[in-house]
Ligand binder design. Structure first.
Ligand SMILES: *[C@@H]1O[C@H](CO)[C@@H](O)[C@H](O)[C@H]1NC(C)=O
Ligand SMILES: *[C@@H]1O[C@H](CO)[C@@H](O)[C@H](O)[C@H]1NC(C)=O
Ligand SMILES: *[C@@H]1O[C@H](CO)[C@@H](O)[C@H](O)[C@H]1NC(C)=O
Length: 147
């Protein structure tokens, strides 16, 4: 009986250690804030519709030089994807891709050390969507689909 309890106790400790270790790989912060910025140019309105498995954030219009953000607690497997579109001279321009993946948060989000958030900036430009990285640089992650 005592041996059995020891085994269970050991398994529990192992589980706790492994889960703490995997959390620290994912992100150094407890919360994330995702920003979608419109850097398309004057008079171009961007529309976004983001979802996770559990949440539908609805449609939001973002004017040029404005941004939209939402925040959420870190949890295992969190993924947000967005349908994002605008009109380039009346032609639909769109994409439907992941904007936040908790497994990539430590690469694609910035910990500014000021608050409890990882800041994940996604910038819409005429040629595609750019993501912020941990080191402050931006790279293009997705091209638009042009109708
Ligand atoms: C944006 O729209 C305003 C009002 O419709 C217009 O006066 C302005 O010239 C437009 N700017 C550009 C860059 O198209
Ligand atoms: C984030 O969005 C909230 C509304 O949900 C707004 O009040 C706040 O100003 C936004 N923050 C930034 C930095 O854009
Ligand atoms: C910043 O990090 C990203 C992702 O890890 C990498 O692709 C990029 O080359 C880095 N940029 C600089 C200037 O180090």
């Amino acid at each position: 009986m005592a041996i059995m309890n020891n085994k269970i106790f050991f398994a529990l400790i192992l589980l706790i250690v492994v889960s703490l270790w995997s959390c620290s790989l994912v992100s150094s912060q407890l919360f994330n804030k995702v920003y979608i910025e419109n850097s398309l140019g004057p008079n171009n309105t961007l529309t976004v519709h983001c979802k996770s498995k559990d949440n539908d954030l609805g449609e939001h219009n973002i004017d040029f030089h404005q941004s939209y953000n939402w925040s959420f607690k870190n949890s295992f497997g969190t993924l947000f994807w967005c349908r994002i579109w605008w009109y380039d001279h009346h032609h639909l321009v769109w994409l439907n891709n992941d904007m936040f993946d908790v497994r990539l948060a430590s690469r694609d989000c910035v910990d500014d050390g000021i608050d409890k958030y990882m800041h994940c900036i996604r910038r819409a430009q005429w040629d595609g969507i750019y993501f912020s990285h941990w080191n402050g640089s931006f790279t293009k992650m997705y091209d638009w689909i042009r109708e």
